[in-house]
Every structure is written in C-alpha cells, then in structure tokens.
Design a binder for this molecule. Structure first.
Ligand code: PMP
Length: 428
C-alpha cells in the first residue's frame, strides 16, 4: 500500500524541485521517502500518518525549547495581533539588540536579518568593505549558508584558490575564497605567512556542525585570532548553529575567544526566520546608513519573528538551563555509546551543550577527511531502524544533532530502547 508520505512526496516532486524546499530534507543521503510532518509538541513530532517521533533535528537547531512552547506561541500570537510587519523600527528589535550584545562577548553592535545565509553573506561584505581586501578564508566541511562566495570547496593542493562547489558560482568569485582544512594550524600559518596582507576575513564555525560535530583542537581558534589580529584581517565566528545552543555565551564564551564579527540565526528566532550579524563597533559603523557598506531587508527585524526569538532567549537565560540541557544530551550520548559497544558496533559520540555528534567510527573525527571516513552505510541502516522505531535523526551522517529542553527521561528511554534494537540489528 502506498503511504500518505509517499503520495505527498510523489506530488511534491512534480511541483517542487526534489520535492523539498531545502536539499537535505529529501533523504537522498539515507534513501527512502522523507517524512511529512504536520504537528510538533515538545520533543515530539507527528507525521501525516499520525506516527510520532522523538525529534533530534529540532528544525536544524532553532527549537531549543521544543516544539510549540506555550510561551513562544503566546508571544507570537500577541505580536501577530498587533501587526505582522511595519518596515520601520520597533522597540522589540532594540530589546533583541540589548539581549544579544549583553550576552555575547564579541558583540558591541548588531543588525538583524532573516536567515543565517543573509547574516554570513552580509558579514563577508562588511569585512571586505572594512578592510578594502577581497580574499576570504573558510574551512573545508564548514557550511556558512548558500551565498556565492561561500559555496566553495578546496582546490587540489594545500594553498590553491577555491573552486565553486555549486554550478552557477563564477570561478572568478570562487577564486577569492581560500579553503583550508579544519583544525590545521600549520596550514593557517602558512597561508598568513604567504598572503596575510590580502585577507579580508577568516570565517569559521567555532564548533563545526555541518560535517557532523567536530570540535576545534586546542590552539586552532587561538591561532586564527592571533593571525587575524596580526594581519588586520577580520575574524568571523559563524555561530548560526552554536549561538545559544552550546551555552548562553556561544562558542566564543565557551572558549574565551573574541571574534571581530559574529553571525547568528536558528535559536535567536525560536523557529521563525531571524538571523543577525554583529561585532566591533568600528566595523559595524561601516554599514549603511552610517557607512559605505550596503545591506538591507524588507522583513529584517520582523516583529512576529523577533517576538518568538525574544521569548526563546528569555527562557534560556533561566539559571541552570544549559547545565540541564548539556546533562540530558551527555546522558543520551553515553547511553548510545554503551548500547553500541554492547553489540560490538564501532561507534563514538560527543556533545557540547544541546548539540551532539554520533559517529560510526572508534573515535570522533577532527577533520572533514576523518568525518567522511566514518561508516556511512552503517549510519544509514541505523537511521532507518531508528526512524521505524519512532526516533527522528538528521537524515545524513554528516549533520550534528540537537536536543531540546523538552527532552526528558521518557524521550531518552524511548530513544535508547530503539537504539538497543538498532545496534543489535547492525551486528547481524
Ligand atoms: N551558518 C551555519 C553554521 C549554519 O549551520 C547554517 C545553516 N545550517 C547557515 C549558516 C545558514 O543558515 P540559513 O539556513 O538560516 O540560511
């Protein structure tokens, strides 16, 4: 019998490229039919066939309080009653700016946008405008949204100019983007020695979450900070994923390293479209209307979206919020690892705050190369076994996972029971 998911996907594919509005949703990596969801509550999602799942995707990070949190929903409804968009300043945007600059060490000024992509794209333009330089540096396996200059992969050889990783990106654009291996301190030093004076900025995920979860090795972020300062390049921490996810002060607070610019998204919108970029006043003052770097948005600082973000940020500031979230996440990782080892499956896991990585390898990877060397086929089988048992993991071996404050003992128990059976089946 054809399921409702299959029918919906079949119809979607005729009208929406790949049947989805963002590629990873299409299940190409894991195979099978994507699940169409109709409802979420707390840690749970319900699909169109009324099957329920413990959710570890959390809309790819924003849903840190769980789905349809009553305070967030109430804030959204109240804001909507007062008007959906004005295209003019509101007190709520100021409140958001006060909240963000108050919590994140690197933020003196901040501007709101509507997505993570807009935030990184704007931060790059600002860094170029501020320095008057063209070259930007990124790291292999990091994702910073889909702006042209950031859809670039490494060329062959250590110090080559980048090549487009998407059709439609002119090679001339990609040539300004230099790509280095994540965590490779020597490569960073060599590049700065060779052309430090030409580099406008270095953009990095201070904890990488787009090639599974990869932690920065000791000294990596410190080297970026030192070399950028020494050469007048702007250091951008892309905290779209890590911001208010790994802790209240982001990865920058966790590691005690202050970037020049920070990009944000996901949690600060509480599930509605909000992004932000901010940093040192001297740099932010280059933005229009004060300075020559243009950047704008019809729906930037949208009142309903900002209300959702503020309600979320309000809640995460409760004492002990991140301790509890980190504890739940760590216990989940421990349970999964123990279950895997009971069944002789090569597996490891780690977490920071409410963000986690699970790896079908003996130890967590430290680079893109190590991440792609994990056993992808085993992940895919594990993913489907968990899905069948009502646990929704990211449909790719190369994504970080997310736990929300709504995940409790019942959800962990359900997940670990499913995992016990999934790992047992992997051994067979
Ligand atoms: N930067 C990082 C680190 C991200 O993880 C993402 C999205 N996953 C983006 C930027 C782009 O954000 P958005 O999808 O909201 O455009």
């Amino acid at each position: 019998m054809t399921s409702r998911n299959e029918i919906l996907f079949e119809r979607s594919q005729r009208l929406i490229p790949g049947g989805v509005n963002s590629p990873v949703r299409a299940f190409r990596s894991v195979g099978g039919t994507p699940v169409f969801f109709k409802r979420g509550q707390g840690a749970w999602l319900w699909d169109e066939e009324d099957r329920r799942y413990v959710d570890y995707v959390g809309s790819w990070g924003p849903m840190i309080l769980g789905h349809a949190h009553p305070e967030v929903v109430a804030a959204v409804c109240a804001a909507a009653q007062e008007g959906l968009s004005f295209g003019a300043p509101t007190a709520r945007e100021l409140e958001m700016a006060e909240c963000l600059t108050g919590l994140l060490p690197g933020l003196e000024e901040v501007r709101l946008v509507s997505s993570g992509t807009e935030a990184t794209m704007s931060a790059i333009r600002l860094a170029r405008g501020f320095t008057g330089r063209a070259k930007i540096v990124k790291f292999e396996g990091c994702y910073h949204g889909h702006a042209d200059s950031l859809l670039v992969k490494a060329g062959s050889g250590a110090l080559t100019f980048g090549q487009p990783s998407s059709a439609g990106v002119p090679p001339e654009t990609a040539a300004h983007t230099l790509t280095l291996p994540y965590n490779d301190i020597d490569a960073v030093n060599r590049l700065f020695d060779q052309m430090g004076g030409e580099i406008a900025c270095v953009i990095v995920e201070p904890i990488a979450g787009n090639m599974n979860l990869i932690l920065p090795l000791p000294g990596f972020l410190e080297t970026l900070r030192e070399r950028c300062s020494a050469h007048g390049a702007v250091l951008i921490f892309d905290e779209v994923m890590t911001g208010f996810r790994v802790g209240l002060t982001g990865a920058q607070g966790l590691f005690g390293i202050q970037p020049d610019l920070t990009t944000l998204g996901k949690v600060i919108g509480g599930g509605l479209p909000v992004g932000a970029f901010g940093g040192r006043q001297e740099i932010m003052e280059q933005l229009a209307p004060n300075g020559p770097v243009y950047q704008a948005g019809t729906l930037s600082g949208n009142p309903v979206a900002v209300a959702a973000g503020l309600a979320t940020l309000n809640r995460v500031q409760e004492p002990g919020f991140y301790d509890r979230l980190a504890d739940t996440t760590a216990r989940l990782m421990q349970g999964l690892t123990e279950a895997a080892h009971r069944h002789g499956v090569g597996f490891s896991a780690q977490s920071v705050g409410g963000m986690f990585g699970i790896y079908f390898s003996a130890r967590p990877p430290a680079s893109y190369g190590e991440a792609v060397a994990c056993d992808r086929e085993r992940f895919n089988r594990f993913f489907h076994a968990m899905l069948d048992a009502g646990v929704y993991l990211a449909p790719s071996a190369f994504e970080a996972g997310f736990v929300s404050a709504a995940h409790g003992e019942a959800e962990l128990g359900h997940t670990l029971e499913a995992a016990e059976r999934a790992f047992a089946a992997l051994r067979e």
